[in-house]
Structure formats: structure tokens, C-alpha cells
Design a protein around this ligand. Sequence first.
Ligand code: NDP
Length: 254
Amino acid sequence: MVLDGGSQPPRLVVVTGGSRGIGLAVTRRLAEDGYRIVVGCRHEEETSKVLAGVRDGNGTAAAIRLDVADQRSIDEFFSAVQDRFGPIHALVNNAGITGPLGRFVEADLSWVRRVAEVNMLGTMGCAKAALLHFAATPGSGRSIVNISSVAAQTGSPGEYVHYAATKAAIEAFTIGLAREVAKEGIRINAVAPGTIATGIHAMAGDPDRPQRVAQRVPMGRVGRPEEIANAVAWLISPASSYVTGAVLRVTGGL
Ligand code: NDP
């Protein structure tokens, strides 16, 4: 797909946490659509190797160091992206963690804080940096897509209610911010995935979760990262030009 006419370079999209899982699928999909991609990641060298096979609208997707739990890292990241690649067209706020599973009363509060810092404050910090960047550089059709979760609606009792709460916060943030910046021509949307087969479940100590959940999903299976990437690609594209403040649930009916 040709996204810019004439001699304009292809539009630039920042994807946080694009080293694996859903973020990597989003990166691949947007690269196929002809965007240039910068992945914000904690391990720049490793992620650069992962991205070596991804050819974006500029020939290769780039990785720059970013820890979304650290506001200074966020500010440095956005400055580096602007200096090296120019104006950003869109941000995909994807980086996220769950932490160990269990009942909230038994949760380690340092993990609760960590999950809030990465998922909620990380999403908000990157959104703010992107909005400041949008204001400082000319461009149209700008947007932000935040990755929520089906957990925002189910609350995930007995598993990770604090994670669910961060995702519910992301949805409220998406709706409010969308209305706040709509007149500036900036669209803010969210995608709420159901259970998707990625490494996040093994990291939470529950590698069999996708298999278990599949039985409860009306479509009878868990989702693929590419199916979330398709939704993100649509929300960034001009095809969704009148969509803002939306939470697109991609859950197989869960
Ligand atoms: P993965 O664990 O596969 O990937 C998570 C990504 O986030 C990694 O790239 C990781 O980078 C990055 N990340 C974590 N912490 C930070 C940080 N502090 N700074 C920068 N990057 C960070 O998970 P998924 O792909 O499954 O999840 C992606 C998003 O989708 C998350 O927001 C998650 O909550 C959401 N989601 C996932 C669902 C699922 O079933 N898989 C369901 C619903 C929502 P690193 O390599 O450095 O660890």
C-alpha cells in the first residue's frame, strides 16, 4: 500500500514492546503496509536482530532502547526517534506485563506497582510524549492505538485483578483523551485482545492458559498475534478516519 504520494517518505509508526508477541506481529503487519517502523524495546541489540528480517517502507525496521516504566527513558526515546527518523505518524502503546498469577490478597504489592508502572503509566507517558511530538511537527492523520485486554471487562478474578485494573484504566484514558484531542485531528483508540498465543502466559507462570481458555471462547480457539495486528493496522489507517475513542474487542466472542 502506498501511504504517501510524491517524494514524501513513508509514514513513521512507533511500536512499544515490539520485540516479540503482539508487538512484533504489529510491526510486521505495518511494515507490510509500507510504513516505516521504530520499535521501542528494552534490549536494543537483541531486538535489532529480531527485526533484521522485517523490511519496512524504508527497507528495514529500527530498534531504539525504551523502558516504558521510566519517564526519562520515554523522553529520550521520543527525542532519538525524532532526531533520527523525523515526524511520527502514529504510536502503538503495546508494551505490557502481567506478573505472577493469583488471588489479589496474596499479591506482592511491588508487582502490583510494577504492573501499573509498565501498563498504565507507561501507556500514559508514551501518549503524552507522542502528543507533544505531534504538536511540534506538522502532519495529518495522527493517531495512537493503546493495547487493552478483555480483562478490562472480566476483571480476571483469581488471576490478576490488578492487571485488569490497569487495562480498564487504559480504556478510560483512551475514551477521555480521544475527546480531549479530537479537534486537533488526532485519533485515540484501543484494541482489547482476548487470549492470544504469545509468551506472556509462560512469563506469568501459566503456559497452558491459551489451551485452557480456548474451550471457553465462543469461536473455539485463542487468537493469533496477527489477528490483533490486523485490527491495529485498520485503526491507524485512513480507513478508520471517523473512529476515535473506540475500544475494538478482538476476542473470538469471549
Ligand atoms: P509479550 O510478553 O509477548 O510481549 C510483551 C512486550 O512488552 C515485549 O516486547 C516486552 O519487551 C515489552 N515490555 C515489557 N515491559 C517493558 C518495558 N518496561 N519497557 C518496554 N517494553 C516492555 O506479550 P504480548 O505480546 O502477549 O502482549 C502485548 C500486549 O498485549 C500487552 O500490553 C498485553 O497486556 C496485551 N494483551 C495480551 C494478551 C495475550 O493473551 N497475549 C491478551 C490481552 C492483552 P522485553 O522483550 O524487553 O521483555
